[in-house]
Design a protein around this ligand. Structure first.
Ligand code: MN
Length: 250
């Protein structure tokens, strides 16, 4: 794939949760939007990967979402057995919100298994969830330092954790919503420009009641141009060149 030809980047989107899944894939192709279709269970990955096979700009990531681990933890072995078939893993991670906290030990066991397998297979590009558990996610990444390149999606931890994440080589994917809050904006200011990708996290994120679409990453680019004090076009080029560097690295 000639990634340099991508116009926009949505590095964390749940494409299979939109009703018109395959139409959106076609639209991403038409608009040249590099889209990483993250999945919530390894079973879902198969279909995503099949559809992505014939595309230039859409890729499927093999995931087990921390918020469904209490239900699907037994699928972790299936996931690990499938890691050799893909370059992308996600959405994985930990969620320390009150409703998921009781399952934290199980979440950690699953995350460790997955990161260990990624390391054994030579490293993967990994999209991670770290809501209310950024410290624990960073502990796991530090422990499995050969797991690959970690991209923290919609990071919402402390500035201290963010600095630690930067120091251990993490990347970040940032959506329009993160840049709408003062906290998110201030976090984004601390991230090196060359470690930032854009995302939507659609269809969970909405604008005017409608789920964000991969092309709505244009709004994140506009906000980044403001944050970096450069033109929108230069911000877009920065993100696309970051993507190219990430994909070339391994
Ligand atoms: Mn997500």
């Amino acid at each position: 794939m000639d990634k340099s030809a991508a116009n926009l980047v949505d590095f964390h989107c749940h494409l299979d949760l939109y009703p018109n899944f395959s139409d959106i894939i076609n639209e991403c192709e038409r608009r040249k939007i590099y889209t990483l279709a993250v999945t919530t269970t390894p079973r879902a990955w198969k279909k995503n990967n099949e559809l992505a096979q014939s595309t230039k700009y859409v890729r499927a990531a093999l995931g087990l979402h921390p918020q469904v681990i209490h239900q699907y933890h037994h699928e972790v072995d299936m996931l690990c057995s499938m890691i050799p078939q893909t370059r992308y893993v996600g959405e994985i991670g930990l969620d320390g919100s009150p409703e998921y906290l009781s399952g934290m030990e199980l979440q950690k066991t699953v995350l460790h298994k997955i990161l260990q397998t990624c390391a054994r297979e030579g490293g993967r590009i990994i999209s991670l969830h770290s809501r209310r558990a950024s410290k624990e996610v960073l502990d796991a990444l530090e422990h499995h330092s050969d797991a690959g390149t970690a991209i923290l999606h919609w990071f919402s931890g402390t500035q201290k954790d963010l600095k630690r994440a930067v120091s251990i080589g993490c990347w970040f994917s940032i959506g329009p919503s993160m840049l709408e809050t003062k906290k998110g904006y201030e976090l984004a200011l601390l991230i090196p420009r060359d470690k930032i990708l854009t995302e939507t996290d659609g269809p969970f994120t909405k604008k005017n009641g409608k789920p964000l679409m991969p092309w709505d990453t244009a709004a994140a680019i506009e906000k980044l141009s403001f944050l970096w004090n450069i033109s929108v076009e230069d911000a877009r080029k920065q993100v696309v060149s970051n993507l190219n560097r990430l994909l070339k690295a391994e």
